[in-house]
Design a binder for this molecule. Sequence first.
Ligand code: PMP
Length: 401
Amino acid sequence: LFEKFEALPPDALFAIKARCDADARPQKVDLGIGAYRDNNGKPWVLPSVKMSELQYSQDPSHNHEYQPIAGNAVLGEDAAKILLGVDLYEKDKTVSTQTLSGTGALHVAAQLIYKGDPTREVYLSNPTWANHRNIFESSHLQLKTYPYWKEDTKTLDIDGWLKTIEAAKKGSVFVLHACAHNPTGMDPTPEEWEQVLDAMAKYHHIALFDSAYQGFASGDLDRDAKAIRLGHAKLSKQSPIIICQSFSKNLGLYGERIGCLHIVNPTSASKANIISQLSTLTRSEYSNPPAYGADIASRILSQHELRDQWYIDMKTMSSRIYKMRVELRNHLVALKTPGNWDHIEKQCGMFSFTGLTPEMVERLETKHAVYMAKNGRASVAGLNTSNVEYVAKSIDEVVHF
Ligand code: PMP
């Protein structure tokens, strides 16, 4: 049965992590995979999560029963509310289902789009998070790209993006990073979002927002949901808005696989029919989503005390990352490393698209034990006050080499 299999290339990011883990050099720095680290370089369990876990462990009613197919309904509703804001959220116009984190939400969304119309074209930003392509390709959808990033100026290619929206087949699906674009860390300005979403409305396209960094990017849930809310205002009267939401980063629940898929304002489509399609799809794939992390997340979203602590936690993470951006840039400037490094400070979210070439990235790894993605994307969360100067000096050396 499996004789014809060939070995496929390993997932690039997980391969970096494996190489870094196996590296015995004590000075090694992991700027590969996007996971938050504290100033000691250690994974961080959010205090709000600890509070929620304590509550859970003391709750005599907890058990390990199956969840319903759509998962934790209270979480689904509260999760939609933080995306849309309580003013825009309408229960009877929103289908929410708990998924296996953001990846699972994207996967289920892709399958649902394919069920709705297998010829539908899906546009991804160029560049984008590498797994987007895997996910949509495995659902057999036709993939196209829209220009996003101008390498020479390190700015957004808004003209190219708008032209692609204009030229795309009516009703195409555009995958939009709601905030903290991965890998560039460069988000459209509010004016650019207006332009993009106006053009999408004009050509009757469908927005699929990938929201993997809400609250993590700026420390403010509302600010990081602005593009989604604008999209709702401009598009929801004519087409459904699809939102894939992850709680990996903003709650630090990476391994618990907690996220949601929301279909907002399905216009003429019946909500009940969408729910039944989703439910059949989910039942055959994983039956029902994980209960523990959903309970932890749901307590935080629904209780004031925990939620207030969560806001503080998101600020702790986003401000530490911002501080590291500033420090890295300042060190590079002080070292007079050739090039302009302002973009490191200006970009937002977890990553910086450094502009380092694949050759420089390779030398960083082999000579200096500094690990990052081949396209020059560095997870800023891997920097701390003990290693940032070392990383800057290593970058300086490879740029000069
Ligand atoms: N979308 C984007 C843009 C991401 O960067 C990520 C995480 N790297 C995800 C979705 C999904 O992550 P998860 O499956 O852990 O929620």
